[in-house]
Design a protein around this ligand. Structure first.
Ligand code: BG6
Ligand code: MG
Length: 231
């Protein structure tokens, strides 16, 4: 049987840090007189810190000096990390360890593919770092999601062909990136948001080990392709 590579996004897939990103961005946006809603937060999922701030300023029709911009990015991260600081194993989303441990028992390599520059620190906090064979995070890519670079780098580190890789993602941009990398894309969240994913589950409690077995044995295949992205 061909070896498969399983790639996990972090925020919103392994841990629910989207709520902390939301609180930190909202404080920052409101501080510069810009409204910030949950709907807008959805559009920032999977998007780098710099791109996120650019979008927020664009929504609020604001321009900042380069110096101010850099200062605000640092402040946002400081605020975000004040939440992360308290994270423990109990913040791992339900049944994520079930799937990770199963894959490890079957000897399929696992990578992290995240836009976050805080990814290693967060995995360490929740005691999952040692389960990953490779980490690709916001420090290791030139082009963020929806560009496939993050997942292609992860496949390379796992030494698995991209078309033998499976990506778990909660962000629309991440699903686009997985599709552009020609990997099976599994959305974690709402079907309405993640309509481009090959398969969508509300969370890992809905993912059975039989489903994982079906992926491993090629019973489950890629449903959708989108190779036209060059962002
Ligand atoms: C992604 C999150 O995983 O990481 C985004 O979904 C976030 O919301 C991005 O902006 C960058 O994260 P960080 O931790 O480097 O600011
Ligand atoms: Mg995410």
């Amino acid at each position: 049987m061909t070896k498969k590579g399983f790639i996990f996004d972090l925020d919103g897939v392994i841990v629910d840090t989207a709520k902390y990103h939301f609180l930190a961005w909202k404080k920052l946006a409101n501080g510069v007189g810009v409204d910030f809603t949950e709907i807008q937060n959805e559009q920032l999922k999977g998007v780098s810190r710099q791109k996120s701030l650019e979008k927020i300023l664009e929504w609020g029709n604001k321009t900042l000096s380069e110096e101010e911009f850099t200062k605000l990015m640092a402040l946002k991260n400081e605020d975000y990390l004040s939440y992360v600081e308290h994270m423990k194993e109990d913040e791992i989303l339900v049944d994520v360890p079930k799937v990770l441990n199963y894959l490890i028992s079957k000897k399929h390599p696992i990578a992290l593919g995240s836009a976050s520059k805080n990814a290693t620190a967060i995995l360490d906090k929740v005691n999952l770092l040692q389960k990953f064979d490779a980490i690709v995070d916001g420090n290791g890519v030139k082009k963020g999601k929806p560009n496939p670079e993050v997942f292609l780098n992860a496949a390379k580190l796992l030494n698995v062909n991209p078309n033998e890789c499976i990506v778990f993602e909660d962000a629309k941009a991440g699903i686009e990136a997985a599709n552009a990398a020609n990997m099976i894309s599994i959305g974690i969240g709402e079907k309405s948001v993640l309509s481009d994913a090959d398969y969508v589950f509300k969370d890992f409690t809905e993912i059975s080990l039989e489903f994982i077995d079906d992926i491993i044995s090629n019973k489950i295949k890629k449903e959708k392709t989108n190779l036209s992205i060059d962002k």
